[in-house]
Design a binder for this molecule. Structure first.
Ligand SMILES: Cc1cc2nc3c(=O)[nH]c(=O)nc-3n(C[C@H](O)[C@H](O)[C@H](O)COP(=O)(O)OP(=O)(O)OC[C@H]3O[C@@H](n4cnc5c(N)ncnc54)[C@H](O)[C@@H]3O)c2cc1C
Length: 496
């Protein structure tokens, strides 16, 4: 094919976001389910400009920021494509926070460093974060929760956007914002071109390696990588939530209430009372308010909407509307019922609904809950994580929160970044190859930075060695990661 004149066909390109055929491969059941299908189609042909880049990272959330920085720092010409006018993903567009723990479950050692720690340290210097070493469980920063919540990182989303831009620029990443990934053209199990859209119209890139950090595995799915969605038994995914930020929080009063009600989920008694009076029509049992670095300000993680498919635009539309309604209900509830929240004001509702789970790719290895709970050792470990399996109830109120039995951490293998059937694609972040249960732990932001940094480093080493990521020597990857401040198990460090 003439590089300057790519002709390609794709179904309903103009209606892609609202009318694409979205096929789910349910591996365990062996079924193929069409989630949404329109009866009307057009064929669409167009000649579009072609660009080149060694590594293309799609999606600038926690995984994408780390992947792009790692790829560029390790010598690859790197392009990062992001649909919004800022980076951060759920941390900024979803207003989600704090960064969950980067320490072992017992709080004794920091197990996630690398680009994550560098970013946090720079954000702290800019007045937009508190380093996790200074933040303990059972405090307003951890919503008064204890288990699994030691050493979280409170941060300011606006400072994150600015510091991440600085780090991407310093690393030499070429950043393309306001740009939406649309499609892939594959040949012989390789992504030959990716197609994206922005104000200049449709564009294409011929990449050596692509890293999918879209959270939803958009690139992998479009390239034909099999994906699971939600729980294997019925496909149900975690509920979605609308985050928002409030001010005029009387932290002293809140803390006194918590101290007077030991052993209770935060404010659950008050929630129960409000439910009886019809003032809390939300399927939650507690109020989780995470204090930000600013005194008197908190992020609210209470809204909940079930049965939303985060890759279906109609479901997303419904969730955006319902999520905002819930915010107003919660503000009224806070003022009326919760001691310390009588005078709260709404500062900001997240620009987009928070999506906890959609597609997980099927990779060379699939992480399971046993791997998390029993800390399985992997020869190709690329990082550690300790955050418990956190599954919000898929249909009701009470969920699951269960961490590694050794009370320390578990290992993340390189193979969960490698799709089974596409050779020049790596996947990082919440859509890595994991079951619904294991993804309930891997989905939080610090491990997304871990898989992002590993994917970016692997991509750059693969380009340098002129090999495919699957052929990369995992020892070379581990050595490079260790030299760039990534924490790996002692046995690996001793063997290298
Ligand atoms: C309600 C909620 C509460 C949570 N609470 C916490 C918490 O307290 N602490 C914590 O650590 N984690 C929390 N998480 C989990 C965490 O925020 C996410 O799982 C994590 O951000 C995933 O990182 P990611 O980089 O894989 O994806 P995302 O953060 O989703 O980033 C994906 C990026 O890709 C971009 N993108 C997507 N599709 C395209 C496309 N087609 N073209 C171009 N760009 C695209 C998006 O705009 C986004 O910037 C929470 C999640 C939710 C939803």
């Amino acid at each position: 094919m003439n590089k300057g004149e790519i002709f390609f066909t794709f179904l309903c390109i103009l209606n892609y976001m609202v009318q694409n055929i979205n096929i789910q491969y349910n591996i365990n059941l062996g079924t193929i389910r069409c989630e949404y299908m329109s009866n009307n189609f057009i064929d669409y042909f167009k000649k579009v400009p072609l660009h080149e880049s060694e590594v293309v990272v799609v999606g600038g959330g926690p995984a994408g920021i780390a992947a792009a920085i790692a790829s560029a720092r390790n010598g690859a010409q790197t392009l990062l494509i992001e649909r919004y006018g800022f980076v951060g993903g759920m941390a900024t567009a979803g207003l989600v926070g704090p960064f969950m723990t980067s320490y072992s479950l017992d709080g004794s050692e920091q197990i996630i460093k690398g680009i994550f720690d560098e970013l946090v340290t720079r954000m702290e210097k800019a007045g937009g974060a508190i380093h996790p070493s200074k933040v303990r469980a059972g405090t307003p920063y951890s919503a008064f929760l204890v288990y699994g919540h030691d050493h979280v990182t409170p941060f300011d989303a606006e400072i994150l956007k600015i510091v991440a831009f600085d780090m991407l620029k310093e690393a030499g990443v070429k950043l393309l914002l306001h740009t939406y990934f649309i499609d892939t053209i594959t040949e012989n199990n390789t992504i030959k071109y990716i197609v994206f859209a922005n104000k200049s119209g449709l564009q294409s890139i011929h990449p050596k390696i692509v890293i999918d950090c879209t959270g939803d595995a958009d690139v992998a799915f479009s390239a034909g990588v099999p994906c699971r969605k939600g729980r294997d038994s019925d496909g149900l995914m975690q509920p979605v939530s609308m985050f928002f930020r409030i001010r005029n929080v009387d932290t002293k009063k809140l803390s006194e209430y918590i101290a007077a009600h030991p052993g209770e989920r935060p404010f659950s008694r008050i929630v129960e009372e409000a439910k009886k009076k019809g003032d809390f029509p939300i399927a939650r049992d507690a109020v989780l308010l995470f204090q930000t670095p600013k005194e008197g300000e908190a992020l609210v993680n209470v809204s909940r909407i079930h049965n939303i498919n985060g890759t279906d635009p109609y479901d997303l539309t419904k969730a955006e509307i319902e999520g905002r309604k819930q915010v107003m209900i919660l503000i009224d509830f806070f003022r009326k019922y919760v001691p310390g929240l009588e005078n709260v004001e709404l500062v900001q509702i997240a620009p987009q609904i928070g999506i906890r789970e959609t597609r997980h790719i099927v990779g060379e290895y699939t992480m399971t809950e046993e791997d998390v709970l029993y800390s399985k050792e992997f020869h190709d470990v690329i990082g550690l994580n300790s955050f418990p399996i956190d599954i919000h109830s898929l249909t009701g109120v009470f969920g699951r929160f269960e961490g590694p039995k050794n009370n320390k951490y578990y290992e993340i293998p390189y193979r969960i970044l490698l799709p089974v059937n596409i050779n020049n694609l790596l996947v990082a972040g919440r859509c890595v190859s994991a079951t619904h249960e294991a993804a309930g732990s891997l989905r939080v932001m610090p491990p997304c930075f871990v898989t992002g940094q590993a994917a970016g480093t692997a991509a750059a080493l693969s380009v340098k060695n002129n090999i495919l990521p699957k052929k990369l020597d995992h020892k070379e990857l581990q050595k490079t990661l260790i030299s760039q401040d990534v924490v790996l198990p002692k046995r690996i460090i001793e063997r290298l």
